[in-house]
Design a protein around this ligand. Sequence first.
Ligand code: ADP
Ligand code: MG
Length: 339
Amino acid sequence: MAKIRVLDEHIANQIAAGEVVERPASVVKELVENAIDAGSSRIEVTVEEGGLESIRVTDDGSGIEPEDVSTAFYRHATSKIENSRDLFNITSLGFRGEALPSIAAVAKVELVTASADNGLGRRIVIEGGRLVTEEDTAAPKGTDLTVRELFYNTPARLKYMKTIQTELGHISDYMYRIALSHPGIAITLRHNGNVLLQTVGNGDLLQVVAAIYGRQAAKALLPIHAENLDFTIDGYVSRPDWTRSNRNGISIIVNGRYIRSYGLNQAIQRAYHTLLPINRYPLAVLEVKMHPSLVDVNVHPAKLEVRFSKEQELFPFVESSIHQVLRQEVLIPQPVKQS
Ligand code: ADP
Ligand code: MG
């Protein structure tokens, strides 16, 4: 008798949720990335109790067509790619079509969306992967998604949630990176009624840095711009006399996506040579742009890690570009010419 069966969609979503939805910050990340992909100019994130009670993300982006609203909650349902060729040419933050079904499998989700300015929208409620309601409703253009009682039906996962303060820390850290990678979007983060972050969205990265790290930090920054055939680098790095006690002040953005990269982190730190005191680190916001085919983002379910096909060229280029700026500031002594 056959013993192998294909699991149904519901359990497949619960399995995927194990990877995609690690904690409240993962929900915030997925929803905010969707809002960015929708071309929003304003994104508001409101969380209660570290996101364990509720997470609400409101945007003024494209919205979802009424006939697409329930499809958006199917696994591998996406409007962002069509075929496997697209996988090597990703220009959106999302593409796996996994976030909404995964989140809806392990929480209570209410989505209100409208894709036009005519006030007509659609509302859908899904709890633990089961459809509760879908109906027409009045709504402004954009999307308003609320996630309540995360992990209410997966008690083992819920048990591993840390304190509200820790979960909130992960959320605000992520929101800082998003604000730094998208200075052109007005971003607000509220927790239990308090505003923790607010950016105006006028495209000025230094203003965002000041909002997050303070005005003094923003004043200590040097602008970076460098380009070669493959890469364009833009951003700011701190003067070596202004340092931090941890590496968290380094933000790396690749084609608009905040990522973690050990190699790029090391390249930034190497650029300072011996200028940094031991166990001190710079503040840096670096955006690297390259052709999408040079970076594989399909490596990690949360897409925080990527692979560069030309890392042997990229890392030294980042290091030398930053080094040059620091040297121009006459902060690094020019090497003595050998005769
Ligand atoms: P992905 O982002 O990988 O496509 P998701 O599960 O996150 O997958 O979302 C599924 C689809 O729902 C998206 O492709 C998009 O078409 C739509 N969608 C989700 N959130 C939004 C939003 N805030 N605004 C507009 N469309 C959205
Ligand atoms: Mg998505």
